[in-house]
Write a protein that binds this ligand. Structure first.
Ligand code: SF4
Length: 419
């Protein structure tokens, strides 16, 4: 074993022992390798790891006073499952980073959502599939001027104005893609900014867009959530409480639309693609990603087709026999599978509430191969003092759709039997 690897392994091992966790280093040779010399002062860090405890106390009965009465959003539940301590600091202590005079990522996201929503309302009567490109561009630009009036910080300095001008150019492109998607497929935007608050499960949220279509004598609905960065649905993360948003939206919109509408799909649409090359085609950049609720044959009519054997609006492909290819199959859920995902989400929402009210505050971030450590986008690293490489994250295994759905089904059925 290399001396540096031995050092890191040993530091992690003793830190976990000091924190009262099981010894997870699994390499008895590590300590010997470190002690054999060659690391000099580095061994002092191991001493520090031994002397340091880094765990948060449960807040027990204080939780009721701290959180009060609340209906959580998907973001809040995901925050808890990503790291209970982060949830405690953000929603219990309500610590927040000071906002700058210059607009930041949150401002940009809010502005972009507002502009698209206002523009959608302007073109709703004409229809996204009938509005022409120039009229749509005008609607977006007018909406941007109106949205910029809504917050004085947006117009505070030249930097902010330049950022929002660039964002507006991006939204013009995203809107144009929505127009083209509406022309290619049967699904069209029908409702924007749908706010919901459910009692069972107790959860609230706002769906950016609901699309509808009538095809072959059936009615369908689709869900679209706008993102300013790349996003996708991951069943492994959903199973652990992290990617619950789309499934919660499916539960809410199913309740709104009733039995007359079949679920076509729920997808994230990226509304920024600022890193594209000059002249690069837009269509692949704006393809939506998420889950499909219909077979490929229906999806081709609902989401349109491109000229490369794929769907136009969503990132999915089909084979010569008309079925999804194997990668796209992983995004496709039958109605029974979707019910399992919905049941699992309901279970996780209830469990999160119980654990939050029980005062859980563990410093326990998740880690998975695709997204890395939950700490990456967390603003509370200086508060919790979690040290990657020393403290142990909670791994999320990549088990795949079939295995995850089977596990959820088994747990839900067992729970049904005991009730
Ligand atoms: S930095 Fe990591 S461990 Fe610390 S609160 Fe954030 S997610 Fe949790």
């Amino acid at each position: 074993m290399l001396a540096q690897n031995a050092f890191e392994l040993t530091a992690r091992c003793v830190r976990n022992a000091a924190d009262g966790h099981a010894n997870v280093c699994g390499a008895p040779g590590a300590v010997a390798a470190v002690l054999s010399g060659g690391l000099g002062d580095e061994t002092g860090k191991i001493q520090k790891a031994l002397e340091t405890e880094n765990h948060a106390e449960r807040i027990g009965g204080l939780a009721g006073d701290l959180y009060g009465t609340y209906t959580p959003s998907a973001t809040r539940i995901e925050s808890f499952y990503g790291c209970p301590y982060r949830h405690f600091v953000r929603y219990g202590v309500r610590a927040a980073q000071a906002r700058e005079y210059n607009i930041d990522r949150l401002d940009v996201g809010r502005f972009a959502h507002d502009v698209l929503d206002m523009a959608a309302k302007q073109v709703q009567d004409t229809g996204w599939d009938h509005v022409d490109e120039a009229a749509l561009r005008k609607a977006v630009q007018e909406s941007a001027v109106q949205a910029a009036e809504s917050d004085p910080r947006y117009r505070l300095n030249a930097h902010n104005k330049a950022v929002l001008d660039a964002v507006t150019d991006e939204i013009v492109l995203a809107a144009e893609m929505i127009r083209q998607q509406s022309k290619k497929g049967a699904l069209r935007p029908a409702k924007t900014e749908y706010e919901f608050r459910l009692d069972a499960p107790a959860v609230m949220g706002k769906v950016d867009r609901i699309d509808t279509a009538e095809e072959g004598g059936r009615r369908y609905f689709g869900i679209v959530d706008y993102k300013t960065g790349a996003s996708d649905f991951d069943i492994n993360r959903m199973a652990e409480g992290l990617d619950l948003q789309l499934i919660i939206y499916v539960i809410a919109v199913r309740a709104l639309m009733g039995d007359n509408y079949a679920f076509a799909g729920a997808n994230y649409m990226r509304i920024f693609s600022a890193l594209r090359e000059q002249g690069e085609p837009l269509e692949p950049l704006f393809k939506m990603r998420g889950i499909a609720g219909v077979p490929a044959e229906d999806a081709r009519r609902l989401f349109g087709e491109d000229d490369k054997g794929g769907l136009f609006s969503v990132a999915a492909r089909y084979k010569k026999d008309g079925n999804y290819d194997s990668a796209s199959q992983q995004r496709s859920y039958t109605e029974e599978e979707l019910d399992i995902l919905a049941g699992w989400a309901v279970r996780l929402i209830g469990q999160a509430r119980t654990r939050i009210e029980d005062g859980e505050t563990a410093i326990s971030p998740t880690e998975d191969g695709k997204h890395g450590l939950a700490c990456v986008n967390c603003e509370f690293g200086d508060v919790c003092a979690f040290e990657a490489g020393m403290d142990e994250p909670r791994p999320i295994e990549n088990e795949g759709k079939e295995a995850r759905v089977a596990q959820m089904r088994a747990v839900l059925e067992a729970a049904d039997e005991t009730n």
